[in-house]
Design a protein around this ligand. Structure first.
Ligand SMILES: [Fe+2]
Length: 337
C-alpha cells in the first residue's frame, strides 16, 4: 500500500505516475498506522491495491472539486459528520449501494446514502475523581451551572468535534436554551479553549481544571501510549457518559463517502462492505479505541469496560443543518476569547 502526502509538490503527477490502474484511492484526514493493516488485508483478500492520500478534510474536498472528472479519488474517508456534510454540500459524492450501507444503524449514514459511518466515538466528560464525584455529574447542560465556575476545559469552539456537539444540543434543545447554555459554559471555563482533546485531560490531571469534554478514543490512546505521562493521565482520570437519564451522550463517526467521479464504484463498494463486515469492524474500530458501527462487532476491552450507554436519538446528518448557526453563535459570544 502506498501512502502519499499533500506535501509532495507534484502530487497529481506523482499519483498519476505511481497509481496502478486497478488501485482504489482513498483521500483521508484519518491516518493511523493501525488502519494500514486493514487495507493490506483487503488487498490480500481481493487483489485490489489501496492507495492513501492524507491531508486535512477541507484540502481534500477542495482537491476533489478542482480535479473534477479526473480525480484519482475513489473514496473520501473523513473524521466527523461535520466534514462529511461539507463533502455532501460540495457535491462530490454519490449514493452508495443501500444494501451495503443498511448494515449500519440509520443514525450513522446519510439518508440518501452519500456517506456511511465506519467507526464511532463518544464525546464524554473526563474528570479527576479526587475533586469530582460521579454523582455531581449528570448532563452537558448542567455544566453551565454556577457550581462549575472555573472548573471546565475544552478545545476551541472552532474545532469540528465541539461544533458537532453544539449542533446536536441545538437540534435537541432549541436555540434559546442553547444560547443560555453556551454563555453559562463559557463563564465556567478554567482557561481559554486551547490545545487538542488530550491536552484537556492533561489540564485536569495537572489540576488546572476538574472536568474536560473530550472524545473517548483519546483515553484509550493515552492508556496505551508509549509516553508514561499519558499513561499516568489516563490511569488517574475517569470517564463519565453524560445525559444518560435524558437525551443521551453525543456520538460522532468517521465515515466513508463514494466519490461521484470515481470510475471504480464496484471496487469501492467492495471496500465499503469489507470495512463494515463484523470481523473487520472488530479490528478497524478497536485498534484506534473507537466503537464499531455494526452491532455484531466488539470494542477494545479497555473501551468495553465503560459499559453500554445511550446515545442522542438523532440521525447525525441532521447536524448538517446547524453548523453555520453554531459558527455564528460561537463567534458572536467570543467563546474562545
Ligand atoms: Fe481526533
Amino acid at each position: 500500500m502506498k501512502i502519499l502526502s499533500l506535501f509532495m509538490v507534484t502530487l497529481s503527477l506523482f499519483l498519476a505516475g505511481c497509481q496502478s490502474d486497478d488501485s482504489l484511492v482513498i483521500y483521508t484526514d484519518r491516518h493511523y498506522a493501525t488502519d494500514d493493516a486493514v487495507y493490506d488485508a483487503f488487498t490480500e483478500e481481493t487483489g485490489i491495491p489501496v492507495e492513501i492520500l492524507s491531508a486535512s478534510a477541507d484540502e481534500l474536498i477542495q482537491r476533489i472539486q478542482s480535479e473534477g472528472e479526473n480525480t484519482p479519488a475513489d473514496l473520501l474517508f473523513l473524521t466527523d459528520i461535520g466534514r462529511l456534510e461539507r463533502a455532501v454540500d460540495a457535491d462530490i459524492l454519490t449514493a452508495m449501494d443501500a444494501d451495503i450501507v443498511e448494515a449500519v444503524p440509520s443514525a450513522y449514514y446519510h439518508p440518501d446514502y452519500y456517506y456511511t459511518g465506519v467507526t464511532k466515538r463518544a464525546r464524554v466528560l473526563v474528570y479527576h475523581p479526587d475533586r469530582v464525584s460521579a454523582s455531581e455529574l449528570s448532563t452537558y447542560e448542567a455544566l453551565a451551572d454556577e457550581s462549575w465556575r472555573g472548573r471546565i476545559v475544552l478545545r476551541s469552539s472552532q474545532n469540528v468535534y465541539n461544533q458537532s456537539l453544539f449542533a446536536s444540543l441545538i437540534a435537541l434543545n432549541g436555540e434559546p436554551a442553547f444560547d443560555t447554555w453556551l454563555n453559562g459554559l463559557q463563564a465556567n471555563l478554567a482557561r481559554r479553549p486551547s490545545g487538542n482533546d488530550r491536552d484537556q485531560a492533561k489540564a485536569v490531571y495537572a489540576g488546572e481544571a476538574d472536568v474536560a469534554i473530550m472524545n473517548t478514543y483519546y483515553m484509550g490512546k493515552m492508556a496505551f501510549s508509549d509516553d508514561p505521562f499519558e499513561r499516568a493521565v489516563a490511569e488517574e482520570l475517569a470517564v463519565f457518559f453524560p445525559n444518560q437519564e435524558t437525551t443521551g451522550t453525543h456520538v460522532n463517526v468517521t465515515g466513508l463517502g463514494l466519490v461521484k467521479a470515481s470510475p471504480k464504484q464496484a471496487e469501492a463498494s467492495q471496500l465499503i462492505a469489507y470495512l463494515l463486515s463484523p470481523n473487520v469492524q472488530n479490528v478497524f474500530a478497536s485498534t484506534n479505541f473507537e466503537y464499531p458501527v455494526v452491532d455484531a462487532a466488539d470494542t477494545h476491552p479497555y473501551i468495553a469496560a465503560w459499559g453500554r450507554f445511550s446515545e442522542q436519538p438523532i440521525n447525525l446528518s441532521v447536524l448538517g443543518d446547524w453548523y453555520q448557526t453554531v459558527s455564528i453563535k460561537v463567534d458572536e459570544s467570543g467563546f474562545d476569547q
